[in-house]
Design a protein. Structure first.
Length: 603
């Protein structure tokens, strides 16, 4: 036995040890454990059977979804969906709240009639907002197709006899196919809105006026019926437009003429509807008449525009206390107010209508007809009786002067519903004055008369400068008085005869008057310097003059009658100082906002 053991090879001990090596950890993993080591296990103490082993990163992709991560992924997904929904709901509610605040702010600034339905009021609000995008610098141009569509929708709802137009009376029920009075080549006449409230009629008139303004801008716009898009008439391809303009890139391809129809009604459709509607005030009908006349002037139809201005005078005369005796107040042929006219027969609407006709005559170089009318209007304003009751401006809340009072007034204003503004004076009452001092209407008339004299009568150039100078001084005095009243200096603000503050009119008159005054003095200085350099001291010829009326006439042979060289230089210095003060007071901001027509003359 001992000899047999000695004969065994010594290498057997190394090939197969008596027990396996102890290479496993002290705490081996159990088969019941379920940890993340099952995902990627490069070394494992357990045997990896082929049908149970996990793939390694070297040979295949990593397994991301497993028993361990399924619950985590489900929880994260549910949380993501929940918070996404919460954020979306908050954004939606915030947008609705912001739109509501904006709508309420617009409603308080420019109220709409409370008896209208929500969609009708919203259509008018959107049309208003569309016209202010340029003023508020939110867009470079006004989207007039959108504005026209919104206001047309508003009018459609207002003229629906079963909707917001319930109670309207159709005029001329015996004429027309649909029971309405039809005006040839214009369309249906207006309704009878006497039964409606003041708020309803005011909103309806605003919608009609806004529709007429949109129609003026959409005169040359057509609708492509195939694509439901609007295009300018100049880009339409067809026999009537053989040389079509190329369309901009954002418009797409040009439409064909057979696919296009007129997009909007002509402006006269809405103007005549306003003029023929029964129930509008004299002031509103005068606004419509002057707007239509301005449109006709723009189209070059001066005779038709003059007829429309005369129609405005007839509207004003029909509201006089004694319409049958109107011939004793105003000449029916020349429309000049008579010197012996009774004050009770002269109204602000009549003066407004006659002044508009005189300005039209001046623009068409009919000076013999314009100047007498303006002089008669100025005389009527100066001869108006002084009112025994001074004008009482709107009294603000006395508690609003303090911080607490201002905050309380603001909160109270937001809580209380928006109030529709009260009706303005009708303008049909006899003309009265609220101050013995000249008003801005008189200053405006003086500037008109001075411009006419300077541009039409060479020998009366210095007289024209004098009229302009006086008008500027009147406007400046009224404007300073108004500013002092705003600062609480104790002086009453000068107001117009209808009780409205005339600050805007004073600024317009002052701006235009200073411009005309400066240009007149410069023309006279140039004429004097040129005439003295020529033989015999003759004038240099025509001096073109363009002012409010836009005429193409000139001043020929201007002389320095009544204006010496020293006086001319002194007036030029005075105008320069006045212009600097105007610039300092930042009045040119009114021009930038489009509230005053014209352009600044000081660069």
């Amino acid at each position: 036995m001992l000899s047999r053991r000695l004969l065994l090879p010594k290498s057997i001990h190394h090939l197969r040890p008596l027990r396996p090596p102890n290479r496993s950890p002290s705490n081996p993993r159990l088969f019941t454990q379920n940890t993340s080591l099952l995902l990627i296990a490069r070394h494992t103490p357990r045997p990896q059977l082929p049908y149970l082993s996990q793939p390694t990163a070297k040979h295949s992709a990593t397994r991301l979804i497993s028993t361990e991560t399924r619950a985590y992924v489900r929880e994260v997904s549910l949380q993501s969906v929940k918070w996404t929904g919460i954020i979306f709901v908050f954004m939606l509610l915030g947008g609705v709240a912001l739109e509501g605040v904006k709508m309420e702010s617009d409603e308080r600034e420019h109220p709409t009639p409370g008896e209208w339905k929500f969609l009708t009021r919203q259509a008018l609000r959107m049309a208003r907002a569309g016209t202010k995008v340029v003023e508020e610098q939110r867009a470079p141009i006004v989207d007039w197709p959108m504005v026209g569509g919104q206001v047309k929708e508003c009018l459609k709802r207002l003229e629906d006899l079963d909707g917001d137009g319930k109670g309207l009376v159709v005029q001329g029920a015996e004429a027309g196919d649909d029971g309405a009075l039809v005006i040839p080549e214009v369309g249906r006449a207006g309704f009878d809105v006497d039964a409606k409230s003041y708020e309803w009629k005011t909103g309806y008139f605003e919608a009609l006026m806004l529709a007429a303004t949109a129609a003026e801008h959409l005169e040359n716009i057509v609708l492509d019926t195939r694509r439901k898009m609007v295009f300018p008439r100049e880009v339409v391809v067809g026999p009537s437009n053989p040389d079509a303009r190329p369309t901009p890139v954002y418009m797409g391809t040009a439409p064909n003429e057979e696919d296009c129809v007129k997009f909007y009604e002509p402006p006269e459709t809405f103007y005549m509807r306003m003029l023929t509607t029964k129930g509008f005030t004299t002031r509103q009908r005068l606004d419509a008449a002057e707007g239509y006349a301005n449109w006709l002037e723009f189209k070059g139809l001066h005779e038709s525009a003059e007829e429309m201005y005369r129609w405005g005078i007839d509207i004003a005369k029909s509201a006089l206390p004694n319409p049958l005796e109107a011939a004793a107040t105003i000449d029916p042929n020349t429309n000049v107010l008579k010197p012996d006219a009774r004050s009770a027969e002269v109204t602000s609407n009549l003066l407004r209508a006659t002044s508009a006709l005189a300005v039209h005559h001046a623009r068409t170089n009919n000076i013999p007809s314009a100047l007498p009318i303006l002089l008669s209007v100025l005389r009527a304003r100066r001869n108006a009786p002084l009112s025994p009751y001074p004008y009482q401006p709107h009294q603000s809340d006395p508690n609003a002067s303090t911080d607490i009072g201002a905050a309380f007034s603001m909160v109270k204003g937001w809580i209380s519903p928006a109030k529709f503004p009260p009706p303005p004076p009708s303008g049909d009452d006899p003309l009265v004055r609220y101050s013995s001092k000249p008003t801005c209407e008189e200053g405006e008339l003086m500037v008109y008369i001075g411009e006419i004299l300077f541009a039409s009568a060479p020998e009366r150039a210095s007289e024209g400068v004098g009229w302009t100078r006086q008008g500027v001084l009147v406007a400046e005095a009224n404007l300073q008085n108004r500013q002092q009243a705003q600062r609480g200096a104790g002086k009453p603000a000068i107001t117009t005869e209808d009780g409205e503050n005339e600050g805007r009119k004073c600024k317009e008159c002052l701006l235009t008057g200073v411009k005309n005054w400066e240009l007149m003095l410069q023309r006279l200085a140039t004429s004097r310097a040129t005439s003295t350099s020529r033989e015999g001291g003759r004038s240099a010829g025509w001096l073109e003059w363009r002012g409010w009326f836009g005429g193409d006439g000139g001043v020929k042979g201007q002389t320095m009658d009544g204006l010496g060289q020293g006086m001319l230089e002194e007036e030029l210095k005075q105008v320069g100082r006045l212009r600097e003060r105007i610039v300092k007071e930042n009045i040119e901001a009114e021009l930038a906002k489009g509230r005053v027509s014209g352009a600044p003359w000081y660069g």
